[in-house]
Design a protein around this ligand. Structure first.
Ligand code: FES
Ligand code: FE
Length: 437
């Protein structure tokens, strides 16, 4: 009810204080907060819905979710990628019930209304069965066009938003583009298989925040790495840079001190064609890169691990898909350079399965933590009472200058900072309260 909403907005305004390094625990699990997020964040933000290599031909489509709405991401017969609400204009039935496919037209399974690959209600006598008899007065075809989201593509990444106005994708991504280039812009990339999906018993925001800003947990939560000596030169998160990108996007860049780049020499030329000098230099020292584009799009170059005597990493993307206040569906994409040598492709799959995937070692650790945080937060004691959590790491750390690190954003020396988490929560709070008093 609206009284409850006002009270919740007020509570958020008073208690969510990232500027002071304080976030109250109820925000992790409160169902009212979740409802506000679906409406005011997922209803208005740019959201990642897929990669162009998933819809390679005219008529290819995949079905995805924006907030809680099913959408069709499809390439029209004019080659343009569009995003439609997966709902027939007759009675709202889902048009596409499959995860992916290829079509000439979308024909609704209920009464048979039919739409072209550009979302248009088809021409007379093709759009609706028995049209002459059923609608002798004719149909307003324009009014029956599928509901279309704004859609833009950056480096093959397809984003969509329900916001009719507001920043372009380019403006929205801002400084995050420089870092995304290192993952999906360094070469021609293609998705390896279909995205993997699984459910985790936590809200969507805990993992998003973790990837944006938490390198600190690796030494403890992922201590198996050190014990098994799986990662070359593991120092657990400290060596490298913490980047508060702005706009709620955050990331960490892990670097090594070896002379040689860990990436395959076979791809060096292609990287050099696609990246600028600063990006190339960063890639040559790169040990890992993890980050999150606000609100729930995670990008990752995982730690290089040794597989069959070779160092291997890759490129991964994730969406933390909200599926209820304490439920998240993980969507996980694995990418590889199209022109990569066979060994990098083959061992890359093993690396993916072993590290960050439904069976990945890192995910076993991380999910356990997120699930337990969720249980604690959901306990009765914290539902109505403020319990501040500590988000104060690195509050007095100075930022680096351009001569010290080539990438944009507020860059900190060493990954032990929570600056990006504070900015994330600032943006999060301001979005939730936008338009309120
Ligand atoms: Fe689609 Fe009736 S709901 S044709
Ligand atoms: Fe982790």
């Amino acid at each position: 009810d609206s009284q409850g909403r006002l009270a919740l907005e007020d509570r958020i305004r008073k208690a969510v204080l990232p500027e002071q390094g304080r976030i109250p625990m109820f925000t992790y699990t409160d169902p009212g907060v979740y409802e506000l997020e679906i409406e005011r964040i997922f209803g208005r933000s740019w959201l990642f819905v897929g990669h162009v290599s998933e819809v390679p031909r005219a008529g290819s489509f995949v079905t995805r979710t924006m907030g809680e709405e099913s959408v069709i991401v499809g390439r029209g017969d004019d080659s343009v990628v569009r995003v439609f609400l997966n709902a027939c204009r007759h009675r709202g039935m889902r048009l596409a019930c499959e995860d992916f496919g290829e079509v000439n037209n979308w024909r609704c399974p209920y009464h048979g209304f039919t739409y072209g690959s550009k979302g248009d209600f088809l021409g007379t006598f093709m759009g609706a069965p028995f049209e002459k008899v059923a609608y002798p007065e004719g149909l307003d075809r324009g009014a029956l066009h599928l509901v279309e989201a704004r859609c833009e593509v950056y480096q093959g990444l397809i984003f969509a938003t329900w916001a009719k106005r507001g920043p372009s994708l380019d403006e929205f991504l801002g400084a995050a583009k420089w870092y995304l280039d290192l993952i999906v812009g360094r070469a021609e990339m293609e998705v390896v298989g279909h995205p993997e999906r699984w459910m985790v018993p936590t809200g969507w925001r805990l993992p998003a925040e973790n990837f944006a800003s938490d390198a600190y947990h690796t030494a403890t939560a992922h201590s198996f790495l050190q014990r098994l000596q799986m990662v070359k030169g593991a120092d657990f998160g400290r060596s490298g840079y913490h980047v508060d990108v702005g706009g709620g996007h955050g990331l960490g860049v892990g670097v090594h001190s070896d002379e040689q780049s860990y990436f395959p020499t076979e791809l060096a030329e292609e990287y050099a064609r696609n990246l600028d000098a600063g990006q190339l230099h960063t890639l040559s020292r790169l040990k890992n890169l993890h980050g999150n584009v606000f609100p729930n799009f995670t990008f990752l170059i995982p730690n290089f691990i040794e597989v069959e005597g070779k160092l291997v990493s890759g490129a991964m993307l994730r969406v933390w898909q909200p599926a209820g206040p304490n439920r998240t569906q993980v969507w996980s994409w694995h990418f590889v350079e199209k022109n990569a040598p066979e060994w990098w492709k083959k061992l890359g799959k093993r690396m993916y399965t072993q590290t960050f995937s439904s069976s990945g070692m890192f995910d076993q650790d991380d999910t356990e933590n997120w699930e337990m945080q969720t249980r604690v937060s959901d306990a009765a004691l914290y539902r109505d009472e403020e319990l501040d959590l500590h988000y104060g790491m690195g509050m007095t750390m100075p930022t680096l200058g351009k001569d010290e690190f080539p990438g944009p954003g507020d860059v900190y020396d060493g990954k032990f900072s929570e600056s990006a988490a504070r900015t994330y929560y600032r943006v999060w709070r301001d979005r939730l309260l936008e338009g309120t008093r």
